[in-house]
Write a protein that binds this ligand. Sequence first.
Ligand code: B12
Ligand code: SF4
Length: 540
Amino acid sequence: MERRKTAIEDRAALLRGETLYDGVRPRSGELEVALAYPNRYSVGMSNLGFQTILGRMRRSGRFAAERVFLPEEDSGPLRTLESSRPAGGAHVLAFSISFENDYVNFLRMLLAARVPLRREEREDRHPIVVVGGACTYLNPEPLRPFVDVFLLGDGEEIVLEYLDLRLQDLRLPRRAHLERAARIEGAYVPAVHGRSGDLPRRSYEAIASDPAVSRILSPRAEFASTLLVEISRGCPRRCRFCTVGAAFPRFRQVPADVVFALADRFREEDERLGREPARAIGLVTAALFDHWEAEAIAAGLLRRGWLVTASSVRVDQLTDPVLDALRRSGLRTLTIAPEAGTPALRARIGKNASDEAILSGVERAGRAGFRNLRVYFMLGLPRETEEDREGILRLAQAIRARFRSAGARTGTVSISLHPFVPKPRTPFQWSRMLRPEEMKTALARERRRLAGFRVKAPDLREVYIEAILALGGKEIAPFLLRLADGERWNRAVREAGIDLDALLFEDRSPESRAPWEGEATSRRDEANRREWERTAADQP
Ligand code: B12
Ligand code: SF4
């Protein structure tokens, strides 16, 4: 009883703290949708995919869409945030998933919602379990046994097409509805299609006039009370390890005047309702300095009285006006990701930047007044040599020296070391990754070398779980179920009979068919194979 009361109070406090914009308040409607994020409120509310899909559902005015997050503690059946409805009683239980490790939370939330985990065990009274989000369409296979409908690609349009169909089909048996859903372009219905293979994915073409934007601001989000606007989708660079180009094949940009119009509209709404105005805008983009109007956007927002923030930036492309706008907005730490210690390895992974280009970017950051730098490197990249690893220390020292001499005398330079994880639909999908013992030794050695720096590295268990879930097929379902049951990862691997050598620790042949590939070889698969061969031949 006590516990239940706390959960209700927490919900009320979260809702009271939120500011809603642009018609995103909850509506009533015949179709009840629970939109879930398989992680905490603070993470989900910082995710623009989740916010965008919720915005679409609510602003259409046709559906009763409420949010669900991973509960802080086991507090009885899973309930929606807004009106505490049981999530398992909705017509549609939709999940937005952007990180593989959240698959475990996805299963735990289904359990908490009292929905059978395996799709064949669900009956007409159960919700249709729908899933969207980048990692789930790069490789839907590990989730295949648990998901009724995947909506592949950009979700802006397809989510409404699907919900409209579900509304029409409310009185149809589950199977008949699924058969109809399978005809939507971009829908993958495992019960009808079998493997996901060659199914098309959706791409939203109107981003330039209708960008993704967060319409609910919360002081409890990771980016507290910050309005997030996606100023570009995709990335024109094709670093060989990175999923962004694979998830969003076309690079699309939002013009500065569209960003300003949005910001002005939100400001007017605050003024009209006499609320404390939102002050910070977070520019969501994989490629801030590739945006043809990056400088105009940063300077124009600042002129309008907004504080401007951005996630990590490409250090070899920094320009003074954008750095200046970020600094004047109060940002003190800049995150940069050279990824590898030597120019040769950077060329091999497709993130070409000379040491001097990196150092002169760092110098600009120091001159612009940044106090701290966070520098990301990966360990265990394909054909990485001892010289490449030593290069991390050399580059880190040079970065610190240049940063300090440019003015940041007392600030910190912290290093993040992340094990390389091969990702589906990238040229490095065929690469091996280091075994846990190799990785532990390499990490320990780097930590010793980098003794003068603050070094961060992730929990290795999480890294190997991510790799298995990224690359595996539907046969890894027992592994996932064991993790959801709280079992340790290496024991779950053994009991599920997964051959880690074949899956992770040996280079795979580009001729072999990956779980997510179809019968036909797509142009992208071909391009990835060529890039992988060029990597092996040391060609840029
Ligand atoms: C903002 C951000 C964060 C925020 C917010 C959480 C989040 N996951 O987004 C914070 C800081 C908390 C964060 C944390 C992390 N992040 Co992050 N993050 C980003 C970033 C910069 C933007 C994401 C975004 O908002 N994109 C814009 C929206 C509109 O796109 P979208 O989410 O894909 O949504 C679209 C579709 O996928 C689809 N869709 C999404 N949900 C649904 C649901 C339904 C029902 C439907 C139909 C469709 C649908 O429709 C949407 C609109 O078209 C991306 C890089 C990038 N630019 O993409 C990295 C990125 C997603 N993050 C990444 C990583 C690795 C992490 C961390 C693991 C970092 C760490 N070590 O802690 C954590 C994981 C946290 C988590 N559980 O997700 C990686 C993911 C890599 C992967 N899976 O292979 C990315 C791609 C960066 C990268 N290049 O490596 N991140
Ligand atoms: S690593 Fe960065 S620059 Fe390279 S493709 Fe990915 S998002 Fe673009």
